[in-house]
Design a protein around this ligand. Sequence first.
Ligand code: ADP
Ligand code: MG
Length: 257
Amino acid sequence: MDSGNVIMIELYELKKSFYNQDVLNGINLTIPHGRTTVILGQSGCGKSVLLKVILRLLSLDDGKIIIDGEDTTDYSESEMMPIRRRVGMLFQGSALFDSMTVWENVAYPLLEHRLETWDEIDQRVINLLRFVDMEDAITKLPGALSGGMKKRVALARALVTNPDFVFYDEPTTGLDPITASKINQLIISTREKYETTSVVVTHDMVSALTVGDFFAFLNNGTIQFSGEKDEFLHSDVPELVEFLEKAAPKHYVNTFA
Ligand SMILES: Nc1ncnc2c1ncn2[C@@H]1O[C@H](COP(=O)(O)OP(=O)(O)O)[C@@H](O)[C@H]1O
Ligand SMILES: [Mg+2]
């Protein structure tokens, strides 16, 4: 299927504030099917809030959200459930259950609904743990794992329901460069193998340029740029130029251009 131009998520004039702090101030963005969209922005600019508002883990104040053609803006909690089931979310802190083994953590979303037999669940969990190279840790508890290993298990869990979308919140933050690079490779393989529409929010330029093939820049509560990688790297939006200068030296960015 030629899905190059199919839009999977549309955001129109999305607004969200807390008390008197405006965080999202009229977000307009379209996210293409089957690609990896990276949303870059400084710490605290509202990237996590944006993902949560899309999934309606936080309410929105104004604007419109369309997911795969469905206007979800006024959806209730129960109407959101089938949408959320289509999205695998990799939270910033991995969010594994400390008292459950790696196997139980990954199986959890399937055990909640029990649509599959035990053997099917076990097969799915093992295949995914193999995919993230964590099958040897199957009986371990999260406390025994490094930060990078936890991310890999959390990714397996995010994929276990066979999602159409995967949202990654700062997937490489706090990881050493070698571990971060493994996670970046997994984000790429996930899109290739499972054909997911991926959204990565990050302030890590190395990760962004490694995994991304569509780019958006979030600043002052709005998307100040969105487009292809070469346009992104050669944008003349002053705030983006400044962000790129700070986030990575010019000669480094040029190696990706
Ligand atoms: N549940 C909340 N209640 C109040 N303020 C919040 C809440 N979540 C986020 N914020 C504020 O919104 C702003 C954006 O936060 P966040 O989306 O986490 O930034 P980041 O881009 O680093 O992910 C921050 O100033 C943060 O303090
Ligand atoms: Mg965040």
